[in-house]
Design a protein around this ligand. Structure first.
Ligand SMILES: C[S@@+](CC[C@H](N)C(=O)[O-])C[C@H]1O[C@@H](n2cnc3c(N)ncnc32)[C@H](O)[C@@H]1O
Length: 277
């Protein structure tokens, strides 16, 4: 598959060329394998099948997912979280702290958060409960996350003291996450583009390196609106360090610190149009 054919596929799926540019080699390989499996000889035949067969389209979406992640990716964001976000959340009494990891890949981001949280609350007499919901379009990623075994490379940004306490080395290049970090997590297959959020009143939504990187702007608008609706007032939305908040998102979020945004107060959000407009 050449770049021109790949660009046709991206345009058809409303994916962003810029987002896929660096990872296109691997994605092309998986798409070509899928084309062969379903007997499509060229890109035109494939686009035709995607247009008429929902299951083929869904499989195409899955093979095109990019699952690159690692623990504590973008260290600075995690430092801000620890210094400025957790101190407030931990003081809350009563209700649980609710966090949604949208597009969680193999769970690296979720487990990073949990490690940070467990370490942080160890210094307090009491701490609120955590409700963790992790979603991804690709069920294979969720299965990997549940197993919780990772190559050494995905731990390269993990602080040595965390590494010793929260990981067990299984083989030369394989580390298993501490089983207590895996308790009580809700893992769900979920499509950010089409599905309603997996809950509401989230204190934090991690939506890093997926929607805003891989999709065209027109696909993003509705999803951003739904994510905003799923956040508690003043809740935090965290996007990737190299991602930009699109105009459609600026209506709902204000930048708080680097790639950490906060939901705007209800009075500043646009009012729904009166019925009949
Ligand atoms: C590059 S990984 C990012 C993982 C993690 N958020 C991080 O930043 O390290 C992108 C993840 O988004 C998922 N994804 C892609 N499209 C999605 C969609 N429409 N709905 C939900 N998840 C999606 C992919 O399966 C993949 O696991």
């Amino acid at each position: 598959m050449d770049d021109h054919q790949f660009a046709l596929l991206l345009a058809h799926m409303k994916y962003s060329w810029q987002g896929f540019r660096k990872v296109r080699k691997g994605v092309k390989k998986r798409v070509v394998r899928h084309m062969q499996e379903i007997g499509c000889r060229d890109i035109d035949a494939y686009l035709q099948r995607i247009s008429v067969d929902k299951a083929v389209r869904a499989e195409c979406e899955r093979v095109m997912t990019v699952s690159i992640s690692r623990f504590f990716r973008d260290r600075q964001m995690w430092e801000i979280l620890e210094a400025r976000v957790l101190p407030d959340l931990v003081k809350r009494d009563g209700s649980a702290v609710r966090v949604w990891f949208a597009g969680c890949a193999g769970g690296e981001e979720l487990y990073s958060f949990r490690i940070l949280w467990e370490n942080f609350v160890a210094g307090y007499k009491t701490a609120p409960q955590l409700t963790l919901i992790a979603t991804d379009l690709n069920p294979a990623n969720l299965e990997r996350a549940k197993i919780g075994c990772y190559p050494g490379g995905s731990l390269r940004e993990v602080d040595e003291r965390f590494k010793a306490s929260w990981f067990a080395q299984k083989k030369k290049n394989e580390y298993a996450i501490a089983p207590c970090l895996q308790e009580g997590i809700s893992w769900q297959v979920h499509d950010l583009i089409t599905d309603p959020p997996p809950g509401e009143a989230f204190d934090i939504v991690f939506m890093r390196n997926n929607l805003l990187t891989y999709f065209q702007a027109e696909m993003i608008q509705k999803s951003i609106e739904r994510v905003a609706g799923a956040l508690a007032p003043d809740g935090f939305l965290i996007i990737g360090a190299k991602e930009e908040m699109p105009e459609a998102g600026e209506v709902f979020f204000r930048q708080w610190d680097r790639c950490i945004y906060r939901k705007k107060g209800c009075q500043t959000l646009p009012q729904p149009l009166p019925i009949g407009c």
